[in-house]
Design a protein around this ligand. Structure first.
Ligand code: KIV
Ligand code: NA
Length: 264
């Protein structure tokens, strides 16, 4: 696979072709994802939960993110590498610029931030400085304590607010949007009007890309998996690489996500 850039994602969107994304935190899995031709790798602050054992993503630091981003970037030279800015590391403009720069130096091609219209100035400044952004909307796990749990977002009037947030950050220069745990209809409406690629997780089939936490799609989770998770371990020859390949194939041909993975 040719190296994937932001332009690749725009071209895929223009052709209405789907692309795949998985979280990844280390060199060995990153190499397997290169062989499986995963287009976008997310070094998610979910590493606070799946690697570090915390109950939320809040304890993760920029140094943690830089360490894992560098490990991934060493062995995967084809995916577009996106790294999360962790909790409270982009609350002020100077912090956002300095911390995003740290992740870019570690090997990221894009940073992801959680929030809405209030991020507009930050998104614009990062873009001016040469840092593309993905804005994460809907269920934003860094705000779990505001939501009172991990629950579906954007139902009813909150859906209109989400659309307004999306418009504001795209207007400010967001390169990509990521929608987590929102009703399928809302994701469809946003996707229909959005000029930049939209990646979904628990947002139904009407997105340009799909993302899953790698551990989830390999069947490794504490307790009951979320509704949108599909276990790919056991695909093909049973290897982890075959699981990644099957996921990529199903995202690209629309088999994943199926209606049972979405929220009505
Ligand atoms: O940290 C993460 O893994 C994420 C995805 C769930 C989108 O932000
Ligand atoms: Na995250």
């Amino acid at each position: 696979m040719k190296a994937v850039t932001l332009q690749t994602l725009k071209d895929l969107k223009a052709r209405n072709e789907r692309f795949s994304s998985l979280t990844c935190y280390d060199a060995s899995f990153a190499a397997a994802m290169a062989r499986a031709e995963v287009e976008v790798i997310l070094i998610g602050d979910s590493l606070g939960m799946v690697l570090q054992g915390h109950d939320s993503t809040l304890p993760v630091t920029v140094d943690d993110m830089a360490y894992h981003t560098a490990a991934v970037a060493r062995t995967n030279k084809t995916a577009l590498i996106m790294a999360d800015l962790p909790f409270m590391t982009y609350a002020t403009l100077p912090d956002a610029l300095a911390n995003a720069a740290t992740l870019m130096r570690a090997g990221a091609h894009m940073v992801k931030l959680e929030g809405g219209a209030w991020l507009a100035e930050t998104v614009a400044q990062l873009a001016r400085g040469g840092i593309p952004t993905c804005v994460h909307l809907g269920l934003t796990p860094q705000s779990v304590n505001v939501f009172g749990g991990y629950r579906v977002q954007g139902r009813g009037d909150a859906g209109e607010r989400l659309l307004a947030d999306a418009r504001a950050v795209v207007e400010a220069g967001a390169a990509v949007l990521l929608l987590e745990c929102v009703p399928t209809d809302l994701a469809r409406r946003l996707h229909a009007e959005c000029p930049v690629p939209v990646i979904g997780i628990g947002a139904g089939p009407d997105c340009d890309g799909q993302v899953l936490v790698m551990h989830d799609m390999l069947g490794l989770h504490n307790g009951k998996p979320a509704r949108f998770v599909k276990n790919y371990l056991g695909s093909g020859d049973g290897s982890i690489e075959a699981a990644f390949r099957q996921y990529v194939a199903e995202v690209k041909d629309g088999r994943y996500p199926a209606p049972e993975h979405a929220f009505a």
